[in-house]
Design a protein around this ligand. Structure first.
Ligand SMILES: Cc1cc2nc3c(=O)[nH]c(=O)nc-3n(C[C@H](O)[C@H](O)[C@H](O)COP(=O)(O)O)c2cc1C
Length: 253
């Protein structure tokens, strides 16, 4: 696990059904709150991102859970935000178990966060019923690259024993330096050509010589998605109501 790295180049080799089943079974064996997920698979190498032999889409799935509730003659009372937060934890634990299991069998992978915003398209493609929401995708296959591990924050910026410390400017600088120098040493952003453009007339002062992770992440979360409306609408479209009560069958009459 200490050698994990995301892989974005894969060989042509198709993993066997047995390998796929082992990986998904290992995912299922993750701890869960309510197994509030389903996993979709595409083996369409030509269309999958990075031409990966496998593309898993990990979904939040209330649909199949509600089928069980109906059989027990229950209806959901819990609000969708609570269900979603627990569901995301279930799905994330299952997905990372799949990554780790894959590695133990020689496969590597990379997550794709864009699934969230392509929920509509994915729902059509896989014929998803209402109340199934694609959370994240995981491209997987046998690796055709072997990059170094990517940097992480210093340990003391991560684990706080007994009490959350006052984070001095020195500690923050050290954490930023470790991340930025680590990515620069790998030419990560030059190779990926991944510099995020500045908006709102901000003047560009970075080149690929000094553009690194802390600037990259600030540009993401300092510019993108200021309004939750778009995402809330995507959830609403899939039948999840995060800001109001779910409509019951009675309300619909
Ligand atoms: C939820 C999530 C979404 C991600 N989305 C993308 C993505 O859309 N494209 C991509 O190239 N990598 C994506 N990644 C991979 C991260 O970029 C990667 O894990 C991070 O840079 C750390 O690198 P490492 O995994 O090689 O250690 C995603 C990872 C996670 C957990």
């Amino acid at each position: 696990m200490l050698d994990h790295k995301s892989i974005r180049k894969f060989t042509d080799e198709s993993p066997s059904d047995e390998v796929i089943e082992t990986i998904v079974r290992a995912g299922q064996q993750a701890p869960f709150a309510s197994q509030y997920y389903s996993v979709l698979l595409s083996r369409n190498k030509k269309r999958n991102p990075w031409k990966a032999p496998l593309l898993f889409t990990i979904c939040i799935d209330s649909h199949k859970f509600e089928l069980i509730m109906a059989r027990r003659k229950w209806k959901l009372a819990t609000n969708d935000l609570t269900l979603l937060i627990f569901g995301i934890q279930d799905a994330a634990l299952m997905a990372e178990n799949m990554v780790v299991a894959g590695r133990s069998l020689g496969l590597e992978s990379c997550f794709l966060g864009s699934a969230l915003y392509r929920a509509d398209k994915i729902a059509k493609e896989y014929n998803l019923p209402e109340r199934v929401f694609p959370l994240v995708q995981l491209a997987m296959g046998y690796p055709a690259e072997d990059p170094p591990t990517r940097p992480r924050y210093p340990f003391e910026f991560t684990l706080f024993e007994d009490k959350y410390p006052e984070l001095s400017q020195e500690v923050v600088s050290k954490a930023m330096k470790q991340m930025d120098e680590g990515y620069l040493a790998q030419d990560y952003y030059i190779k990926a050509r991944a510099k995020i453009p500045l908006e709102a007339n901000r003047k560009e002062t970075f080149t690929y010589e000094n553009y690194s992770w802390t600037e990259h992440i600030c540009r993401k979360w300092g510019q993108w998605y200021p309004d939750a409306k778009e995402l809330l609408e995507l959830f609403e479209k899939r039948g999840f109501h995060l800001t109001r009560k779910r409509k019951t069958a009675k309300d619909k009459d």
